[in-house]
Design a protein around this ligand. Structure first.
Ligand SMILES: Nc1ncnc2c1ncn2[C@@H]1O[C@H](COP(=O)(O)OP(=O)(O)OP(=O)(O)O)[C@@H](O)[C@H]1O
Ligand SMILES: [Mg+2]
Length: 333
């Protein structure tokens, strides 16, 4: 291993205070220069408080001193913009023309499935007045940060989460804001949160086609949107609202997910279509996109969400939706 590789490996073990992800995972390492037996490391100071910077200095020194070829470590912090540090490969927004169809649940499940496959994942909860992601993941810590950056909160399995609820003094406090202010908050979650290196950032979009979805589509470089719906009389209208909005904004529609598609009756093993017949194929054809999957009503899942344990959910649905979604993302990227 070259000295540079050894230094990088050492930095992989130094965790950024507050997020429990390494300096490399957070993309904080700006430069590593090795001359003779001296190493100069520049770290981004974005979102790192003075106290954390001191801690990092000591920690990096200790860790690198173990490399026999190195006898001097110089560490300096440089200011950089959050946008220079963030490196996000795919950004997927989960939306719907209607409320209560399971967008947040789906955003959570997608994040969980991507993380299970070993990806670095984050969730941006863009539902400012009705944030539900922190509750599903059972988190309530306040985000850290300093120097022009906010650090996301890490879930139990290591998913980065940013939500309005985590910033409120009390999680039951209400945010009573008008549209433009909410749109500004969402923009800040994008421009001021230090996500670091992520394979997937999932955005939980509030219902409808108002200010926030519009701002998201205008300011965040989305890989595409997923449209969630439940089979009912007004489905077509609801699905098409979100599709038309994405089309108008030139945002790719990655596919549809039919939620609460059916219920497996435990006693009989019978598949009951509670809200009406599945409209998956018909809707996908109409929207000119793919049906990524159908999620049944699952009382166990509802219970896990209520208990803040969504990360414990496992089902065939997760792997099949993920497979279909990856195929769509790979296709014509
Ligand atoms: N397939 C399912 N099985 C069981 N419960 C579900 C299912 N889908 C959603 N739920 C439950 O229904 C409720 C609403 O889901 P969720 O909050 O994800 O909807 P939403 O579309 O994000 O709502 P909103 O428009 O208010 O943001 C939650 O309590 C969730 O746990
Ligand atoms: Mg929601």
């Amino acid at each position: 291993m070259s000295i540079e590789e050894q230094v990088e490996e050492a930095l992989e073990h130094v965790l950024v205070p507050g997020v429990r992800r390494s300096l490399l995972q957070m993309n904080m390492v700006r430069e590593i220069k090795i001359e003779d037996n001296k190493v100069n490391i520049s770290l981004s100071s974005t979102a790192i408080s003075a106290q954390s910077q001191d801690w990092l200095k000591t920690k990096v020194n200790e860790t690198i001193k173990d490399i026999p070829e190195i006898n001097e470590v110089n560490l300096n912090f440089i200011e950089s913009k959050v946008s220079e540090v963030n490196q996000i490969k795919n950004i997927i927004a989960v939306m719907s023309g209607k409320g209560g169809v399971g967008k947040s649940l789906m955003a959570g499940l997608l994040a969980v499935s991507f993380a299970l496959e070993g990806n670095a994942v984050g969730i941006l909860d863009a539902d400012i007045t009705g944030p539900s992601i922190p509750k599903m993941f059972g988190i309530s810590e306040h985000p850290g940060g300093d120097n022009g950056g906010i650090l996301p909160v890490l879930s139990k399995t290591g998913i980065e989460i940013m939500s309005m609820n985590l910033l409120l003094p009390n999680e039951n406090d209400a945010v009573i804001w008008r549209g433009p202010l909410m749109a500004k908050a969402v923009t800040q979650f994008w421009e001021e949160v230090l996500w670091g290196k992520l394979d997937y950032l999932i955005i939980d979009v509030p219902p409808g086609t108002g200010d926030i979805p519009l701002t998201l589509m205008q300011t965040i470089p989305l890989s595409g949107v997923i449209d969630v719906y439940t089979p009912q009389d007004l489905t077509e209208m609801i699905v098409m609202k979100a599709i038309k909005m994405a089309n108008k904004m030139n945002i790719r529609v990655l596919g549809l997910i039919e939620n609460m598609s059916y219920l497996m009756v435990p006693e009989t093993g019978h598949k009951m279509e509670v809200f009406g017949k599945s409209k998956g194929k018909e809707m996908a054809a109409k929207a000119e996109t793919s049906l990524l999957g159908k999620l049944p009503i699952d009382p166990e899942l509802a219970k896990l969400c209520d208990q803040g344990k969504i990360e414990q959910y496992r089902s065939d649905f997760l792997s099949s939706v993920l497979g279909n979604l990856l195929a769509v993302l790979d296709n014509k990227k």
